[in-house]
Design a protein around this ligand. Sequence first.
Ligand SMILES: Cc1cc2nc3c(=O)[nH]c(=O)nc-3n(C[C@H](O)[C@H](O)[C@H](O)COP(=O)(O)O)c2cc1C
Length: 366
Amino acid sequence: MSACDHKADIVQVAFTQKHGRKSNQVAEKTTKTQKTLDRRFCVAPMMEWTDRHCRFFHRLLTRRALIYTEMLTTGAVLHGDRQRLLGFDPFEHPVALQLGGSDPKALAQSARISEDFGYDEINLNVGCPSDRVQEGRFGACLMAEPSLVGECVAAMKDAVKIPVTVKCRIGIDGQNPDEALFAFTETIKRAGIAALVVHARKAWLKGLSPRANREVPPLDYGLVRRLKAAHPDLEIVLNGGIATLEQAQAELGAVDGVMMGRAAYQEPWRLLGVDPLLYGAPAPVGSLKEAALALIPYIDRELANGARLHAITRHVLGLFRAVPGARAFRRHLATEAVKRDACAAVIADALALVLDSRSDLAHIAA
Ligand SMILES: Cc1cc2nc3c(=O)[nH]c(=O)nc-3n(C[C@H](O)[C@H](O)[C@H](O)COP(=O)(O)O)c2cc1C
């Protein structure tokens, strides 16, 4: 047995003694797909960020949130390594796959393949402003082509039984959002979307980077609230700039759901408050440390399958806030997890640097 195996085992035994169960049983409890999707709180699709390791980690912190994958293009789904691109752990349910494309036939085929993989929802990206995506005639530029988006939705709906949804902006470039967003919604609603996620700012397709396009165009929550008021029968999810769970909770009075992106990824400790605050359900684990310990069996399994430790722990860096040792935790992971042959003992050592805190949930609500 290597030093790595030994150390991770000690942590596993300590966890089992303390909680009376193995940490991977935490994961086993919620592997079933929910029948009806609850979109009250969603974690946004984020390229390079919400990969399957990230989603597994987030699921340890919230059982209820609907979690979105990174965007996958139809080209990748149809011609790429499907198991690598689409495979995911059943523990991630409920999980929505986001597709990028604008060819109804290719989208329908991709949606069917994704449904067979077990995803709970297919979401079409009508919000990404990158040049590459524009060249492919998909993403945010489709805000100018509502009928084509309607055809895409209808084709996907015909192909699958799971819900088909769209994530869009309030408009692009010179469009008047009051007209563009409402007309767009009418068209895709007729095509049969189950829900619409609205990133409440325009995309400026010329001259702004994708990153600036998430900061510079002003947010307009009022418009999204009015859209919901005009479509009481359509599930509307608000996205963009939601920084706290309290803000999410306040918005839920006017819309059906809230989608959090950067705040959820960069400060994942927030997710431990989602189930109690937004769903009135118990938090899945008693502390942030417990969530990180529950990741260890997953890490062992993934490393055995060839993953690198850093690919998993990079998503965990922001787990602790305002706890003595949080900085040392980050530093240890950042320097040690990138080393060749780094194993789960690295995260065990990093956790040992963080003071135990029983008050995680109290400060998460703040
Ligand atoms: C790193 C990163 C990657 C993103 N990738 C996608 C993507 O693949 N698909 C998508 O619809 N939006 C993507 N977005 C946008 C987010 O889903 C979300 O709409 C945006 O960040 C605004 O929400 P926020 O203010 O809560 O972060 C990405 C955002 C970030 C920060």
